[in-house]
Design a protein around this ligand. Sequence first.
Ligand SMILES: Cc1cc2nc3c(=O)[nH]c(=O)nc-3n(C[C@H](O)[C@H](O)[C@H](O)COP(=O)(O)O)c2cc1C
Length: 426
Amino acid sequence: MSPSAVSSLNSQLEPLLRGRRVFLGITGSIAAFKAQDLVRALKACGAEVQVALTDSAKQFVTPLTLETLSGRNVHASLWNDGHGTHHIDLARWAEVFVVAPATANTLARMAHGLADDVISTEYLAFRGPVLVAPAMNPAMWDHPATRRNVEKLRTDGVRIAGPAAGLMACGEEGEGRMVEPDALLEAVAGCLYAPSNGKRALVSLGPTQSRLDPVRFLTNRSSGRMGASMAWALRAAGYEVTAVCGPIDPAVRLPADARRIDVRTSGEMASAVLAEWPRAQVYASAAAVLDWEFAEVHTEKLKKEAGVMPPSPPLQETQDILKAVCERRRPGQFILGFAAETRELRAAARRKLASKGCDAVFVNDVSKPGLGFESEANAGWWISSGDEREIPRASKALVARSLVDLIEGRTPKEVRPAAPLIEGNA
Ligand SMILES: Cc1cc2nc3c(=O)[nH]c(=O)nc-3n(C[C@H](O)[C@H](O)[C@H](O)COP(=O)(O)O)c2cc1C
């Protein structure tokens, strides 16, 4: 897991995981060392993590390391606490129950309802989402007994993450590797998503590009972070998400189950968005689509010549995607426009609201350092007809969650009505 991928994913998942109570059972697999990274990532997202270890797991990782990483006592025995309900306390406490890595042995215990160690006992007492990440030698994974046990667990509603294929610690190659901690982190957060609301959300994000010749193009500074945050927040609220992505920063992550359509030019983005819109209930137009593009794409590289003035290639207007979407809106569809401005933000947002015909506009100031473009934070105003709200500075993930609340008619606690507009404070 590269550090940039971790921080990008962490920032997206933090609003979902902050303050949530995660039980993490670690069992006797060589992959137990990766569970330590999962604890760190969960803690970085603000989750409370309670670790439990089987006896075999203690051969691979130490309670001391996990106590240090989780900041809580590790539970490594059914018998070491003494008070009456110790064996089910964690099941009562936890909101999500994770076993990673899960050995063939522990999967069998769970599938058959045995309760002879701390993980299997707490599992039987737990009512809520359960996620297991099997890790074992490919032959063990392929054994009919393991397959039967995994199927039983699936039938019982347990979510199975992986395993992945690849080179194993035992030197064999095949299916059986535990999925990587970043994928597990997302799977844990996925257990906390709202149930499906049966609706589809369409998000466009990132910049577009216009090619001049084989080596040069025109683009803008959008990284895609705000749009990706919208995709996560909508997914977490129970929407099925389709993301139309310009060439976004590769470190920007989308939910694994979002449908992703990659485009480069403004024309490609327009075609993809307009094709998807009829099936969506919400459109979040977070892409920074070029307003102008080169009128002609040169097939040969334009050469610099001594004494000759540089070329001024003619530009032409691109299609106004937001307007086109608004013109095709059916009753019940909601359109949120985004406006990046450098002055008179609210007035500019109101003009955009009226001229495009969308339901609301989120406007932010891109002239302020550390906000908007290429940054993790944002702030701005939600402008809809008759309602203006200030969205104070926060991570893009939190701003996106506030915007999704507003789309759904809820008032997030961070958001306050905007002060009346006085000339000059727009
Ligand atoms: C070096 C070593 C590595 C092991 N790795 C795995 C593994 O990746 N997956 C697995 O299912 N069992 C593995 N085992 C076997 C388990 O540790 C063994 O079945 C144990 O009883 C599991 O107990 P537990 O499920 O209570 O943790 C390994 C054993 C050894 C000695």
